[in-house]
Design a protein around this ligand. Structure first.
Ligand code: SAM
Length: 300
């Protein structure tokens, strides 16, 4: 049976999907929040996000369970990714960084979970996704709604640097940038331009942490397993195709102006945080990168 015929279509229509300027609120953000919530609720939880499951709601949970069929390691990956980034942000704050920018924030709750006196959090995302998040947050008590400054922005159309500055970010002070689960959804040009601007238009002591996808996955290589292609197909049906892959980030990061970079694979993170390695996890298309222009806050 061919790969195309084996893929089962999923219904992703949602009557209350927010639409702003022709863009709908991100469905992948809802799915990712559900995974983060499930990872937080696991017996030996690697990460802790007490709001994620409620933010994701039944739609997010259903989407995540639909994805599990093709990628049973996804709960683990989301837990690892969340924990690794949390640890990076905590270390950056311990070093004295007082600004955190979450690019493509979706339903990220770090502004509430990692809040500290004197630290400003900024959340950058498409207007429709931010409107959807505000609406979800308004449905339950206990979340500090003012934890972050919302900066509505489309990386492919708007000037995120200017918008951040207008929102109060000090470009002459070091910033910790989090870019989680976003770069592969962008056109290559927008991804490159964003990296270039992050490296060149902010304080050199700034730090960037992000995850990336290999080119086999981004380009739907015939070398991929059927399960991986099917999983990618579900994301496409959500209207957010994975477009940009990176195999070796070094040339890209050097070209964009970064000098200090470190990458870590899914298997390395799994070993670090769970003490286990399992060949059968088959989740080797995603990795994390940490980058800085100077060594001041490079974290290694
Ligand atoms: C998979 S979600 C990840 C959300 C969040 N970072 C997380 O890990 O939970 C992708 C996010 O990227 C945002 N995004 C995608 N393309 C974007 C663009 N062109 N401009 C701004 N945000 C974008 C979506 O709105 C969505 O919130």
């Amino acid at each position: 049976m061919s790969r195309a015929t084996r893929r089962t279509p999923v219904s992703i229509a949602s009557a209350d999907t927010e639409v702003t300027e022709g863009r709908t609120a991100s469905r992948t953000a809802i799915m990712v929040a559900a995974y983060r919530g499930r990872a937080s609720a696991a017996a030996d939880a690697i990460c802790s996000d007490p709001w994620a499951l409620r933010l994701a709601g039944p739609e997010g949970e259903a989407l995540s369970h639909r994805w599990d069929e093709h990628s049973p390691s996804m709960v683990l990956w989301m837990g690892l990714r969340t924990r690794y980034i949390d640890d990076c942000v905590i270390r950056a704050l311990d070093r004295g960084i007082r600004q955190v920018v979450i690019l493509g924030a979706g339903l990220d709750t770090r502004a509430a979970r990692l809040a500290r006196e004197g630290v400003a959090f900024f959340e950058v995302d498409q207007p429709a996704s931010q409107a959807d998040k505000r609406e979800r947050l308004s449905r339950f008590d206990g979340y500090p709604l003012n934890a972050a400054t919302f900066v509505p922005c489309d990386f492919e159309r708007d000037d995120f640097v200017e918008l951040l500055e207008t929102a109060g970010l000090d470009r002459d002070a070091p910033t910790c940038f989090v870019w989680e689960g976003v770069i592969y959804y962008l056109a290559e040009e927008a991804a490159r331009s964003t990296l270039h601007r992050l490296a060149s238009e902010f304080d050199p002591g700034s730090l960037l942490v992000f995850d990336y996808l290999n080119t086999n996955m981004a380009r739907s290589s015939p070398r991929l397993r059927d399960e991986d292609l099917e999983m990618k197909g579900i994301v496409e049906e959500l209207g957010e195709p994975m477009r940009f892959g990176i195999d070796d980030p070094t040339p890209l990061m050097a070209e964009c102006g970064y000098r200090f970079i470190r990458t870590v694979s899914f298997d390395e993170l799994a070993l670090q945080y769970t003490g286990t390695y399992a060949r059968k996890r088959f989740f080797r298309f995603q990795s994390m990168a940490l980058a800085s222009e100077s060594q001041d806050n490079a974290l290694w």
